[in-house]
Design a protein around this ligand. Structure first.
Ligand SMILES: Cc1cc2ncn([C@H]3O[C@H](COP(=O)(O)O)[C@@H](O)[C@H]3O)c2cc1C
Ligand SMILES: O=C(O)c1cccnc1
Length: 346
């Protein structure tokens, strides 16, 4: 397995950063979570004047064998069709990345479709979709390791180009189901509390999804219930989640700021953080998803998300929407007057 050298940022500068924040022309603590964010980013970059160079969104796409069994309200073809929409600039994530000043690339981690080569699409396809975890592990250990490695390689290339902040998004019909199983297996929270309506299942659809996922969790338990992070990842998939986990590990290793989106990206972050706990120090948890299982992830990671807008879209939309706040945190640290420089008593 790949290894990643991830250490928590050195806290030696923390007091200087806090002092800089406290000397700004405002009451102490008045910028709330933005103050915590400014200190976090200063620590990640080990500077009192951080900069968010070359922000990049990576949208990882993959298909799920279990999608055909009816774990989603939407048909599997929507995955590749939405990839086309991303490449044409028409999806929500395109709009929000443009609005927030983030470049966007799409990664084919394992979509069940053959794409033509185009700008903006990174071909890292492991296979045409995973196997169904209703019958067997979604992927082999070798495929899982390959996905993690390819995700890491993509981010290392970005780091070499000077990217300091990377957002994570995803597309894959059926991937809320995979995220639910991963969350259940890694946190121990009851499966029923980790399963939600995804793209919009009705009550009968939700009951069916619950039953199918209980079957999958039962098969895993019967096979020994190995709860090691990579075992869980290979068991339930998907390729986009595995590739994101590798990309996140490489991003933390490169001391980038990681913008974590909602429930599915959160499942990848949970896997990565179980492998390398210091990863969370590099993560900005951008929003709280309306998917109920997101709560279990955030609690397990002791994360306080920036936004709570009732979003349940994925694609990286919550991360792109939160990025202006991240920029604002860095901007106030760099640009706001201090009591001394402004001649204000404080
Ligand atoms: C048109 C459309 C656009 C999307 N963009 C993101 N998702 C989101 O929905 C999927 C997960 O939900 P489930 O597990 O229920 O399939 C993922 O692809 C996710 O990114 C979409 C879903 C649809 C239908
Ligand atoms: O929070 C998410 O990532 C999410 C929720 C529902 C559907 N797709 C994604």
């Amino acid at each position: 397995m790949h290894s990643f050298a991830i250490t928590a940022p050195d806290r030696g500068m923390e007091n200087s950063l806090k002092h800089k924040v406290d000397r700004k022309t405002k009451p102490p603590g008045a910028l709330g979570q933005l103050e915590t964010l400014a200190v976090q980013i200063g620590l990640i970059q080990q500077t009192l004047s951080p900069s968010l160079d070359r922000p990049q969104m990576l949208v990882f796409a993959g298909d799920h064998g279990a999608a055909k069994a009816g774990v989603s309200a939407s048909p599997q073809e929507v995955t590749w069709q939405m990839v086309g929409n991303f490449l044409n600039g028409g999806a929500a994530i395109n709009v929000f990345c443009r609005a927030s000043g983030i470049a966007l690339s799409v990664v084919d981690a394992g979509v069940a479709h053959d794409f033509v080569t185009v700008d903006g699409l990174i071909d890292a396809k492991i296979a045409h979709g995973t196997a169904s975890y209703l019958d067997q592990p979604a992927m082999s250990a070798a495929q899982c390791a390959e996905a993690v490695g390819r995700g890491a390689a993509i981010v290392r290339q970005l780091a070499a180009q000077g990217c300091r902040v990377v957002g994570f998004g995803e597309m894959g019909i059926g991937n809320t189901a995979a995220a639910s199983l991963i969350t259940h297996a890694l946190t121990g929270v009851a499966l029923a509390d980790c399963v939600g309506r995804g793209t919009g299942l009705d009550d009968a659809g939700l009951a069916r999804k619950q039953a199918l996922l209980a079957q999958a969790a039962g098969r895993w338990q019967a096979a020994g219930g190995d709860a090691a992070p990579l075992a869980v990842l290979a068991e339930f998939g998907g390729f986009e989640i595995a590739m994101m986990a590798g990309a996140m590990l490489a991003a933390a290793e490169a001391k980038m700021v990681l913008l974590i989106d909602g429930f599915i990206v959160g499942a990848a972050a949970l896997v990565a953080a179980r492998l390398e706990p210091a990863l969370v120090d590099y993560c900005v948890f951008c929003h709280r998803s309306a998917e109920p299982g997101h709560r279990a992830q955030l609690q397990a990671l002791r994360a306080e998300p920036l936004l709570d807008l009732g979003l349940r879209l994925g694609e990286g939309t919550g991360a792109a929407l939160a990025f202006p706040l991240v920029k604002a945190a860095v901007a106030f640290l760099n640009e706001m007057a201090s009591f001394e420089s402004a001649g204000v008593a404080g």
